[in-house]
Design a protein around this ligand. Sequence first.
Ligand code: 13P
Length: 260
Amino acid sequence: MLIAGNWKMNMDVPEGRALAQVIADRLSTHSHSFDGVDFAICPPFVHLQSVIDAVDSVPVAVGAQDMHAEDEGAYTGDVSAPMLTSVGCHYVILGHSERREYYDETDADVNRKVKQAQVHDLVPIVCVGETLEQRESGEAASVVRAQVDGALADVSIEDPGGLVVAYEPVWAIGTGESAAPEQAQEMHAVIRGDLTERYGAAVAANVPLLYGGSMKPHNAYGLLSQPDIDGGLIGSASLQADRFLGIAEEAESVLKETTS
Ligand code: 13P
């Protein structure tokens, strides 16, 4: 189970460092073992170094929220994959709906970045998800399938640890209204099916599929107990240690339940 925080464009560097430090302290002293729960934090670029330093002694991976598809060059304002690996990033979020909406990122852009991430051994967290309008017109599954196909065109995956897919319905992001567990499961099953066709059942079954969109401690258990939901990509609730770790506690409960 992967519990990943997407801090988006929040907090200054001292605030981010302090939050990462609280999370690290709680993980090293917590009464919960968080057995089977993997953690990731994806802060803004300027926070990466201080967050990586803060979580140095605990098993928390760090990721970026985007990157450029080229190694280097005259791309003012951009950050490359080699830069991310040089500070110690493990993950990179790609194709978040906010980047698709505000920066017109296309599936082809996401595809180029996924390939670039692979070249540099960064694990892409590929985000897909339909708008409310698309859901209401019955297109949710076809839209999400097209996004998965677009992002993964000509991408081969042999190690399921080399890819994460996050289903984030646009209408659930930042609205306080998460998808119902059954709704989310239905879409995760579509994504799992698509990955199975592409990479075979053995790989597809082990690619972590995260749900994102107003996941909070109070709704996490229902979502995380669905068979094809392997974790969460958490926005606003990841900005407070109590809520972020509260979701991780729910993940731990789900894991205990399924193994008992
Ligand atoms: P919220 O949890 O704030 O809805 O954000 C979800 C998200 O976009 C994570 O990438």
